[in-house]
Design a protein around this ligand. Structure first.
Ligand code: GRG
Length: 265
């Protein structure tokens, strides 16, 4: 495991870094990484080889929330029922907290007690999913820098990148640590891609009231209405459950797919 980066100098910075990391997130992405690993080896196997990958993906997710809440992007004052990082600690600090989590995530992967080959595969998978070909590409489209997003196709594409890429990487990284066979990797990627969209559609249903007057791309609820959004979310969850059924131990992943659409937060 990487050295304790929270022990670095100046010590006062550790508190704002810890604040969003230990602030009540659902930890769905790390659960998917561990679930993917156990889908290959079963539930009696210690999943700790997958913990660095699980931690790294949660660090990337947390950085994205901290930066997305900043005044230049979503300008949110509250997250998970608490002041956002820039409200609690100031904007310069929030920028640096996000930068720290983004960079340190790759240090965690690079120093994980895994073979060099697996560590390189993990770094490639996570950097692609977090970058222009993934989450950042989706965010670029979301803030309007990529042209209008008005149709179901472009909206699906946006969320496949913005939310889906990191969720797909969560399951892919579990597969990489498990050194899963190519067909198992394909099944885990297909599972992750479907769960990503199911998760986003469910999120739009949960946020339907907040989104009603917001600028930017429409939500799925605005475009399809609540009933069709709910049935699409379940269709993607069912697709994920079917993809997982090709794996030796699918039960945890199947329960997580169901959770993404049945959750209330
Ligand atoms: C890099 C600035 C920047 C942004 C990237 C992912 C993203 C784009 C922004 C985050 C804001 C957002 C609403 C993204 C949609 C994905 C989503 C539903 C995030 C919330 O994930 P949860 O519900 O969060 O897993 P918790 O609080 O449980 O960790």
């Amino acid at each position: 495991m990487a050295p304790q980066f929270l022990d670095a100098w100046p010590p006062s910075f550790a508190e704002p870094v810890r604040y969003p990391l230990f602030g009540g997130g659902k930890r769905i992405r790390p659960a998917l990484t561990l679930g993917a690993y156990q889908s290959i080896y079963g539930y009696d196997t210690d999943p700790s080889p997958a913990l660095p990958a699980a931690a790294a993906v949660e660090m990337i997710h947390t950085y994205s929330l901290v930066h997305d809440d900043l005044p230049a992007l979503d300008n949110d004052d509250e997250r998970r029922g608490r002041p956002t990082v820039h409200i609690a600690f100031g904007e310069p600090c929030a920028i640096l907290v996000g930068d720290t989590l983004l960079t340190q995530a790759f240090s965690v992967l690079a120093q994980a007690p895994l073979s060099a080959e697996v560590r390189i595969e993990l770094v490639a998978a996570l950097s692609d999913a977090a970058g222009y070909r993934g989450m950042i590409g989706g965010q670029v489209a979301d803030v309007g820098l990529g042209g209008p997003v008005e149709t179901l196709d472009t909206l699906t594409r946006l969320h496949t990148l913005k939310t889906g890429a990191l969720i797909e990487a969560s399951t892919l990284m579990g597969a990489l640590v498990a050194q899963a066979q190519p067909d198992q990797r394909r099944a885990l990627r297909a599972y992750g891609a479907s769960v990503g969209l199911a998760f986003q559609l469910a999120d739009d249903l949960l946020d339907a009231d907040e989104d009603a007057g917001e600028a930017g791309p429409p939500s799925f609820v605005k475009l399809l209405g609540p009933a069709a959004t709910r049935s699409e979310a379940h269709r993607y969850a069912d697709q994920a459950i079917a993809a997982a059924s090709e794996l030796p131990h699918p039960a945890l992943l199947q329960a997580l797919a169901r959770y993404t659409v049945d959750r209330t937060v």
